[in-house]
Every structure is written in structure tokens, then in C-alpha cells.
Design a binder for this molecule. Structure first.
Ligand code: ACM
Length: 556
């Protein structure tokens, strides 16, 4: 039996003969499920060389010999739930909604020979046989996500569309795009063109994570036009991936300040902030943060209005992570704002600022989505918390009644090194291999029933300081995303059983041209011996993780 990944909830392999696609095979679908039919035709036509023409569902006589592939709506099933049955005379798919039909179609492709993953027919005589099987399936979590940082390194639109196909293949359904950073602003905002004209590129990039690493002397940049974004969103939508945008505020905002200096804190005696800033060329946490003037709130409400016009999904990311308050503390005007607003001190400005934006997001019928630093204040009750500093944020958010998406750095940060091998490219973080991702559970240990219900799911985060393009992202993402998909879909497989399936699954990634990390370690061309990593010593790494956790202040 072909290795399915993620593993469906229930598979019954039958001893009977399977079904073979031929030049006379037709696909029929309920009107609500035509997108899954179109997608199957779109991927299978070039790979198989078969027409796989459409036939009206009503024209299919269940009593006649050849049924072909039939996709039928079954309102008794959940929206992401499906049944798939292969018999000798055809394939029957029942789905609760379009998403379930799409997942069934993905599984159908997995049931075919590996060549179904190629973009052209390579062996005209291939027997396109599906094994006789009966599958009942539905996911455990509704949020099965990946965050892609397209700000540290821009990923061209074509690479994003390809990435959407790769995650959809694994039945992952959320792509969180981290669109803005100190190092670059990547989304066109028509009202503020300098955000991309100035903020969309930087002079050079720091070479690797070592503190005093030199710059590479090479300009880097790029951004998505609003039409690019519309295309990405629509492309993802037809693959049942919702795209969650993030505008990271009020820290990680130097690119915006470089474009519009009035958003920053004026040059102070330390020479920080204000008009002389360029788009940041270094990595790490940056002291240059937004001021919290009413005009700055208004600026980002206008930005978020354009963002909400482009992204139709429920969740709108406002970031909130890693915002040092030193500039606020040292700035007399900011202290005046603290007094005028009746706040205790500058720390309260972080929550004050994000709540202004959250209130606006909620007024437009959406939900604010932010990192666990939101919990340092009193976030809007409709906020969803992305817990990243281990599972501490998740536990605290659940205890306070917030929805949670778990993305603990020590389990699902896919920029972290994949092993202790010295050959791993540009090493950061702790060793985080496939097994560690496989063991991830988005529900914190000891959560009550009510708390469990607040966990929307989980996501892996792919930060790209040291991933400078699609080939490096492939290496970081795969096959660890296969393990993430398996665990978020809800498999109860053992790791050895999963590993055996994964080894077969890798030939699908080979056929698609995905440059994943080989099990034995990186290929020579995937190594970056010229760029030292950090920290190299395990004790230093453990201290780094301990420091992260020690710095969490989650109760207001
Ligand atoms: C984060 O890793 N700064 C959310």
C-alpha cells in the first residue's frame, strides 16, 4: 500500500482489484466541489497524459459499468471531512464541503504512482492504478499552519505559489506571511508608497548570526504589489489555504521608520531613532521602535485597512513581539504620552498601542492575531495568541480564555539547526530534527477540557535571516513540515512507522524538485562552511533557551 502522509484517520485496504485511470476516465463533481475536480485535472493531465474530461454528475448512472471519479457533497460530514473509496469500476469521494473534497483529491494523487507528481508524462505506458481502498478521514486541528518570514529575505511570488502547493499537498491550511520587519517592508500600501520604495530594500545583509559578522555588501529587496497579493490569496484559497498577513508592530518596524521618519523616536543623545535610519542591515532585536503618537496609530490603521481589503480571512496579524522599551523610557515626549493617557509606565504603551489597532480590526469583523508578548498587557478579548516562547504563552493565554495557536520555538522553529552535524548550514538555535517536530502537540500538558477547546492548532515558523532564497527554505522546511502536517492532522502513528512512510514520501518531493534535507545530512551544496553559526556550544545554547523563557513576563 502506498505510503500516505499525513496518515488518514482510518484506512481499510481491500484485497480486490483497484481502479486504473484510462483515456476514457471521466471526473464528475457536485457544483460545490468543482474546484477539487479542476485541481485534479490540472495536476493529473500533464503527469498522466490522460484527458480526464469532466462529466455531469447527473449523467453518471451508478448501475452502469464505468463510474470514473465522482465527487459528491455529503452534508452529514464536517467541512474538512471526506470519505474516499476505490473500487474496480471507479472512485467515490464524499465530502462535507469543498475543503474535504480537496483533501480527498490530494490523497487520490498520493495513491497513484510517484510519476503523478511530475509536470509532464515521463513513461507513456505507466499503469495509473489506484489500489482498492476505503478511507475515512478528518483533521484534529483547524489551524495547521506555517509562518514564512518573507521580510528578512524576500521570496518572489512564484516561490510563494509553489510553497502553497507544497503545504496544501500535506493538507496544511494556513500560511502566515510575516510581511514587515526591521530589514524590509514587503507589501504595497497605496496610501504610503515609500513603505516599499524606501522600506522594500536594504543596502546589504549581515553575513550570519555571529554578533560582529560583516555585511555582505549586496543589496537585497523586493515586495508584493497589491495584485500579487490578490493572486497569492486567490491561489491559496483554491487550495484551501488561508493566508494570514502580519504587520509586525510596534517593534521590528525600522523599515517603516526609514521610509517615514515621523513614525520613529527623534534622534536622542544615544543617536537612536529618527530621520537618519536606513532599512536595518543587521539581525537581532532592534532598539529602534515606533513612537506611539496618535498620528502613528492612525497611520497603521490606514495600513491595516488596505491589508484587510486584500486579505479576506478572519485573522489579521499585528506582531507585538520583541519590542524593547528603552527608547520610550529615554524620550521625554513618550513619557508625556504615558501621563496623558493615564498609563503606569512606558511598558503599558505596548499594549495600549496594539489595543488601538485591535479595536479597529475587531470593528471590521476580524480578529487580532499576535505573538505571546500581547499577554504582557491586557489584549483585546477577541485576540488569538501565537505562543512562541516554548508553551508558556499558550498556558497563560488559555488560563485567561484566549484562543491559541501554538508554535513553540523549541519544537517548531524551522530556522533552527536540524542536527548536531557540523555540516549543517548557518546554525542557530537548538538541534531540532524531524523527530522533535513529530512529537509536537499544540495542546499544553494538563490543559482542561475548556482550555483544549481554545487551541485552534499549531504552526511552524520559518524565520529567514539565514535562508536567502527558495533553495534554503526548502532545506529548512522539508521534511520537517511533513512531520508537522502528520501531527497537526492528528495521526497516532509511532515515529518509526512515520519514518518508514516518510522515506517513501520523499520520492514525491524528489519528483516535485523539492530540495529537502536528506536524512544523512546536507548535500555538499547545501552547506555554508563560509558562514559560522551560533552558538556552537550546547551549554551556551541551553543558556540561550533558558534566557528566552526567563524573560517572559506574561501577567500584566
Ligand atoms: C518571534 O520569534 N520573535 C516571534
Amino acid at each position: 500500500m502506498t505510503a500516505l502522509l499525513p496518515q488518514p484517520r482510518r484506512i481499510d485496504s481491500e484485497r480486490a482489484a483497484g481502479y486504473t485511470l484510462t483515456s476514457s476516465t471521466r471526473i464528475s463533481a457536485d457544483p460545490a466541489l468543482v474546484e477539487a475536480r479542476r485541481w485534479l485535472q490540472q495536476v493529473l493531465r500533464p503527469a498522466t497524459g490522460l484527458d480526464l474530461d469532466t462529466r455531469d454528475l447527473s449523467a453518471v448512472d451508478p448501475e452502469s459499468g464505468e463510474r470514473g471519479i465522482r465527487l459528491t457533497l455529503d452534508s452529514a460530514l464536517g467541512a474538512e471531512e471526506y470519505r474516499l473509496r476505490v473500487e474496480s469500476d471507479g472512485v467515490e469521494i464524499l465530502a462535507g464541503a469543498a475543503a474535504g473534497a480537496f483533501y480527498a483529491a490530494q490523497v487520490l494523487r498520493q495513491l497513484l504512482p510517484i510519476e503523478a507528481y511530475r509536470a509532464a508524462t515521463i513513461r507513456p505506458n505507466t499503469a495509473w492504478t489506484l489500489p482498492a481502498v476505503s478511507i475515512e478521514d478528518a483533521p484534529r486541528f483547524g489551524w495547521r499552519g506555517v509562518m514564512l518570514d518573507v521580510a528578512r529575505h524576500f521570496l518572489p511570488k512564484a516561490d510563494i505559489l509553489r510553497f502553497i502547493d507544497l503545504i496544501a499537498m500535506h493538507r496544511l491550511n494556513v500560511l502566515h506571511l510575516h510581511l514587515t520587519e526591521d530589514q524590509g517592508w514587503r507589501i504595497e500600501i497605496t496610501r504610503y508608497p515609500k513603505l516599499t520604495e524606501v522600506g522594500g530594500w536594504r543596502r546589504e545583509s549581515q553575513r550570519g548570526p555571529v554578533r560582529d559578522a560583516p555585511g555582505d555588501g549586496r543589496p537585497h529587496g523586493g515586495f508584493y504589489t497589491q495584485d500579487d497579493i490578490r493572486e497569492i490569496v486567490a491561489y491559496a484559497h483554491s487550495r484551501h489555504v488561508s493566508v494570514v498577513p502580519e504587520i509586525d508592530l510596534p517593534g521590528h518596524s525600522q523599515a517603516a521608520i526609514a521610509a517615514y521618519p515621523e513614525l520613529g523616536i527623534g534622534v536622542d543623545e544615544h543617536g537612536r531613532g529618527g530621520p537618519d535610519l536606513e532599512v536595518f542591515t543587521r539581525w537581532g532585536i532592534n532598539p529602534n521602535v515606533l513612537n506611539t503618537e496618535d498620528s502613528t496609530v492612525e497611520f497603521f490603521i490606514n495600513v491595516l485597512d488596505e491589508v484587510m481589503d486584500l486579505f479576506p480571512g478572519t485573522h489579521i496579524g499585528i506582531g507585538g513581539d520583541e519590542c524593547p522599551t528603552d527608547q520610550w523610557r529615554d524620550d521625554p515626549r513618550t513619557q508625556q504620552l504615558v501621563r496623558e493617557r493615564g498609563l503606569n509606565d512606558v511598558h503599558d504603551l505596548h499594549g495600549w498601542f496594539l489595543n488601538k489597532l485591535s479595536t479597529h480590526i475587531v470593528a471590521r469583523g476580524r480578529k487580532p492575531f499576535g505573538w505571546d508578548e500581547l499577554l504582557e498587557g491586557d489584549p483585546h478579548p477577541d485576540s488569538t495568541i501565537a505562543s512562541w516562547r516554548g508553551m508558556t504563552g499558550a498556558r497563560s493565554a488559555l488560563a485567561r480564555g484566549f484562543h491559541v495557536v501554538s508554535s513553540p520555538d523549541d519544537q517548531v522553529y524551522l530556522d533552527y539547526r536540524q542536527s548536531e552535524l557540523p555540516e549543517e548550514p548557518i546554525q542557530v538555535g537548538i538541534p531540532l530534527g524531524v523527530a522533535r517536530v513529530f512529537a509536537f502537540d499544540p495542546v499544553p500538558e494538563g490543559a482542561t477540557e475548556e482550555e483544549r477547546a481554545l487551541v485552534l492548532g499549531g504552526q511552524a515558523n520559518i524565520w529567514t535571516e539565514h535562508l536567502d532564497g527558495v533553495r534554503a527554505v526548502d532545506y529548512a522546511a522539508f521534511p520537517r513540515l511533513c512531520a508537522l502536517a502528520e501531527t497537526l492532522w492528528g495521526s497516532d502513528a509511532s515515529f518509526p512507522e512515520f519514518e518508514a512512510r516518510l522515506r517513501q514520501h520523499l520520492s514525491r518531493l524528489d519528483a516535485l524538485g523539492v530540495e529537502y534535507r536528506p536524512e544523512a545530512g546536507p548535500h555538499p551544496w547545501q552547506q555554508r562552511p563560509e558562514i559560522p553559526g551560533r552558538p556552537s556550544d550546547p551549554a551556551e545554547r541551553a543558556a540561550h533557551v533558558a534566557e528566552l523563557v526567563a524573560n517572559i513576563r506574561l501577567t500584566p
